[in-house]
Design a protein around this ligand. Structure first.
Ligand code: SF4
Ligand code: SF4
Length: 513
């Protein structure tokens, strides 16, 4: 099989996949589950339980708080002891439900058998029914983005989905939860891909896996061949970070460039879903199982037994680290996620949520920042950026609060992959500054778009000047990101006309690209 990759930038950090061979074990039940209402992008879920209520595993405890939101189900059985707040991975207090664990009684509607259910055996599952079950089960993107999955399956009228791309890349160092899932649940994963394809009404699926996971590539390709599935292809990808970024994956697999925000992969015909999400979709649709547990890696060079666990949501980081031998001696830094994109937590009371694929414990030596030197204008950060940005410029202008400038320089296109900071020989805190700039600019754009539109100009009067307070569209549309080394793309917020010859019926032709 030909190995593909994305075309712009990228780095290759040391892999450190310490838990690659650790077979996934179910983590013991927590003493209490603390379930955040913000385990997804969008509006917080609204609790529908109160103190004293009894719940079972799988009971709905919070309904979606808006269109872009997701319901939350109990991961344990027991008694609700508090509806209040808890700290999340970024250190903010968020609404949460506390449940004291009593036994392990599941909702009887959940099918707990290991029997593999196939899509062919369930003709009653229409695309609409599939989307509905995914929505009600609270499935969100489990690679970390946590975007509600049902929304991705229903693209806007201006876009046409042509294929599902499953992200089995796991390019970030240390993390192995998706790799273990692909090895241990390959049949269910493949059914999940078929369900996603039917739900999105597409006839082509791809599973992108980095070539440093040959066992997963071989196993899934063999299973697909055994089942005589002709419209799902395993795509081996080169070892390069951030290969698992949505836009990089689309470029690598189907050779199409996703334009700058607000464009998304479906604007070029692709819906990207994580491997863990595909498995959760299988369980939701075929087993009536809401999303309340997930595969999570607990790892670090000083961790006694780096491991992979099937974890109930709401289990604390402390309990999981204790299972692996406890915190190493000395100063340590604990990350929610991997070392490239993870966030350092300030308490081990933080609990596992739907997007928590890894807990990484870095030693003081690994985590210590090197002394910052002046920029030597080597442009290594520019060469490493997979989005074709100028990180040194974005970071410097962000630190000087030049918000207009960084917006014009497309800071909203940054995927926060950290490749620039990783590669900088002067150890400049590029990502830190860019994150501040990006979140500030996103806030400015949101408030600008929310501002009332100016009154229509009277006949003969000059048009109102664009500027603060006007409902001006994102400036990304004014100046689309057009990298020079790859094919030209359409402006950002317009529907993209797909290249001739890339209609759904012709998707097979993509296999030869
Ligand atoms: S963090 Fe942003 S600016 Fe830096 S390399 Fe990644 S996409 Fe480019
Ligand atoms: S990599 Fe670092 S030193 Fe080189 S241009 Fe970028 S910011 Fe400057």
């Amino acid at each position: 099989m030909k190995v593909r990759t994305f075309r712009l930038g990228g780095v290759h950090p040391e892999e450190n996949k310490l838990s690659n061979d650790a077979v996934t074990k179910p983590a013991p039940l927590p003493k209490q589950a603390v379930l955040l209402m913000t385990q997804h992008i969008g509006a917080p879920a609204k609790p529908v339980v109160k103190e004293g209520d009894k719940v079972k595993v799988g009971t709905l405890i919070a309904e979606a708080g808006g269109f872009v939101s997701a319901p939350v189900h109990s991961s344990v059985s027991g008694t609700v002891i508090k509806v209040g707040e808890a700290v999340d991975a970024v250190g903010a207090n968020r609404p949460a439900v506390y449940i004291k664990v009593e036994g392990d009684e599941w909702e009887p509607t959940i099918d707990r058998s290991d029997k593999l259910e196939t899509l062919e055996a369930h003709p009653e599952l229409t695309p609409e029914e599939i989307v509905n079950r995914i929505k009600n089960a609270g499935i969100v993107g489990m690679g970390g983005a946590c975007f509600p999955t049902f929304i991705k399956l229903c693209p806007p009228p201006t876009a046409t989905a042509e294929c599902i791309i499953i992200n089995g890349v796991e390019c970030e160092p240390y993390i192995t939860s998706d790799y273990r899932l692909m090895l241990e649940k390959a049949d269910e994963l493949i059914e999940g891909v078929k369900i996603l394809m039917k739900g999105a009404k597409v006839n082509q699926g791809y599973i992108g896996i980095e070539e440093n996971k040959p066992a997963a590539i071989k196993l899934i390709a063999e299973k697909i061949a055994e089942k005589n599935i002709t419209n799902i292809e395993v795509v081996p990808l080169a070892k390069k970070y951030p290969q698992g970024g949505e836009k990089q994956l689309v470029d690598a697999v189907i050779r199409r460039q996703v334009p700058a925000p607000p464009a998304i992969p479906v604007n070029v015909g692709a819906i990207v879903q994580n491997a863990a999400t595909a498995y959760a979709v299988y369980e939701a649709v075929m087993k009536n199982k809401p999303l309340f547990e997930r595969y999570t890696t607990v790892t670090g060079k000083q961790i006694k037994t780096p491991s992979n666990y099937l974890v109930r949501m709401g289990t604390s980081f402390q309990e999981l680290i204790d299972l692996c031998g406890g915190m190493p001696a000395g100063d340590n830094k604990v990350l929610a996620g991997g070392p490239m994109m993870g966030r350092a937590v300030n308490t081990l009371d933080v609990t596992v949520g739907k997007g928590q694929n890894c807990i990484t414990v870095l030693t003081d030596a690994d985590a210590k920042r090197k002394e910052i030197d002046p920029c030597i204008r080597c442009a290594k950060c520019v060469g490493a950026c997979p989005m074709g940005l100028e990180p040194y410029l974005l970071a410097t202008c962000s630190s000087k609060k030049m918000w207009d400038k960084v917006e014009a320089e497309m800071i909203t296109s940054c995927i926060e992959c950290g490749s620039c900071q990783f590669t900088c020989p002067s150890h400049r805190p590029l990502l830190d500054n860019i994150r501040v700039g990006k979140s500030t600019v996103m806030g400015i754009i949101r408030s600008r778009n929310a501002a009332p539109a100016p009154a229509p100009a009277k006949s003969g009067s000059a048009p109102a000047p664009a500027g603060k307070g006007t409902a001006k569209p994102m400036s990304t549309a004014d100046k689309p990101f057009v990298p020079t080394s790859i094919p030209t793309v359409k402006p950002a917020n317009k529907p993209v006309n797909l290249p001739a010859g890339c209609k759904p019926a012709d998707m097979k032709s993509l296999k030869s690209i």
